[in-house]
Ligand binder design. Structure first.
Ligand code: FAD
Length: 432
């Protein structure tokens, strides 16, 4: 491989895998994507991106940035364009629908900047050239060569593939991570339940406006309360209101193999029975049967390294987080930007297998602290929203201060600096 562009296998074609593939192809690096499903696909729910992730898209590829803006939706009111969320008192039982007390507002340069997941993925798929994606390829395990040979991927259908290096973008239940840690029974191989779950729904905007009022329907709102919180934001260029209703629980999730299950709406009413009329009205708008998502993460046993030889984990595979910062997918895009920039360094191809190992080692060293902090900070943030955080409880001033500080740590990070630091560390190993 020396002096030639390496051949990279990406396992998984979610947001991480596709963004990484596009970023690498743009840099002239050969890529194959192995996806277990029969086609690329995402669920029909909203996902919000902070300014750090939008900047990282630009670094990955200006085409990704453009594609994102084609499908992204911001708050609909011009004077709320920079609002991340208005944080409302969901327990305000005296206020009529749509008139809950505003507790505080967090702002950032683009405010809530959200996409319908499936629409964003469709845009990304358009940027992947033919011949790159291979479907119905569920990775079972990986074999490393003795020396400089190819890394082997073994799939569930009995087929194999080879590559100079493998990047596992295979999500929260990553096989790549389990292989790297030494087996399914090793701590960290499986994600853990955070004892929160979420109901999700999409409401036609006109209905939401009619029932909740224009401000509540068209701009991002977070309704806080004891042991639960509900967030809403517009997607589909303002045609749809996305709803996610989180609740804490003491009970175990019934089956860790299935992270979603269908639930009747009566459970949502029961969970949020102590919330005020606005939250009750949001629940009224949801479908009678809903998907309920268990919130798992990798926070109990963070990986000590994201790399092993010429194999590396990236995105949720490396650091799956609960979604309370609205930053999990965004941090995957930062990962992809750093990885693509490292692998494109001329010294990597020149140094052959040693170059790939070095790039993966530096990726791991540079990304671990920020990504694993996010996992822990997201747990804390979920508890802040639900008045369960130790030392804070229902103290609105303290909730505001802590949320602001934590969110700004995510949003203010500059991808150019993250990339520059990583490249400098790589040059120190490989020689400039
Ligand atoms: P995934 O999306 O899980 O993709 C993994 C891919 O790998 C899939 O296509 C899968 O089929 C494939 N795969 C898995 N195993 C194998 C295998 N063995 N072989 C081959 N292919 C395989 N993030 C935000 O930034 N903002 C938000 O607002 C936000 N909201 C969220 C709300 C909820 C309720 C949840 C649960 C998460 C939220 N997130 C949010 C987090 C975000 O969804 C994830 O961080 C992101 O989707 C992870 O992308 P990924 O590509 O790494 O993993």
């Amino acid at each position: 491989m020396a002096n030639n562009s390496p051949n990279i296998a990406i396992v998984g074609g979610g947001i991480s895998g596709l963004v990484l593939a596009i970023a690498l192809i743009r840099r002239g690096i050969k890529v194959q994507v192995y996806e277990q499903a029969h086609a690329f696909g995402e669920i029909g729910a909203g996902v919000a991106f902070g300014p750090n992730s939008v900047r990282a898209m630009q670094t990955c590829s200006p085409e990704i940035h453009t594609a994102f803006h084609r499908v992204a939706t911001r708050n609909q009111w011009p004077d709320k364009r920079n609002v991340w969320f208005d944080f409302m008192d969901g327990y305000d039982k005296d206020a009529p629908v749509g008139k809950e007390k505003l507790l505080f507002t967090l702002t950032t340069e683009d405010g809530a900047n959200a996409v319908h997941r499936a629409h964003f993925l469709d845009e990304l798929v358009k940027l992947v050239p033919d011949g790159v994606a291979h479907f119905k390829k569920h990775l079972d395990t990986i074999e490393l060569p003795d020396g400089d040979g190819k890394v082997k991927l073994l799939f569930h259908d009995g087929t194999e593939a080879e590559a100079d290096a493998v990047i596992g973008c295979d999500g929260i239940k990553s096989r790549t991570r389990a292989w790297m840690l030494g087996g399914d029974d090793k701590p960290g191989a499986a994600p853990v339940y955070t004892y929160k779950y979420a109901y999700r729904g999409l409401i036609p905007m006109q209905r939401a406006v009619d029932e909740l009022g224009e401000d509540n329907a068209k701009n991002a709102k977070m309704h806080l309360g004891q042991d639960g919180h509900i967030l809403t934001f517009p997607v589909n260029h303002g045609e749809t209101m996305n709803v996610v209703a989180f609740h804490a629980t003491e009970d175990d999730w019934p089956d860790a193999r299935h992270l979603t299950r269908s639930m009747e709406k009566k459970h949502v009413y029961e969970d949020f029975k102590d919330f005020g009329p606005t939250v009750q009205k949001i629940i009224d708008l949801l479908e009678p049967n809903l998907d309920c998502w268990a919130i798992f993460d990798t926070g109990d046993h963070p990986m000590e390294a994201y790399n092993k030889s010429r194999v590396c984990c990236l995105g949720d595979a490396a650091h799956a987080t609960s979604p309370h910062h609205g930053a999990g997918a965004g941090i995957c895009i930062e990962d992809a930007a750093v990885m693509a920039e490292l692998l494109a360094e001329p010294g990597v191809a020149k140094a052959g297998t040693r170059g790939l190992e070095a790039a993966f080692r530096i990726f791991s060293e540079c990304r671990r602290e920020r990504t694993q902090w996010l996992v822990q900070s997201s747990r804390r943030t979920g508890d802040l929203y639900e008045w369960r955080a130790e030392g804070v409880g229902r103290d609105v001033g303290k909730i505001y201060e802590e949320c602001k500080e934590r969110d700004e740590r995510i949003w203010d990070s500059q991808i150019e600096e993250l990339v520059a630091e990583a490249k400098e560390s790589l040059a120190a190993i490989l020689g400039a």
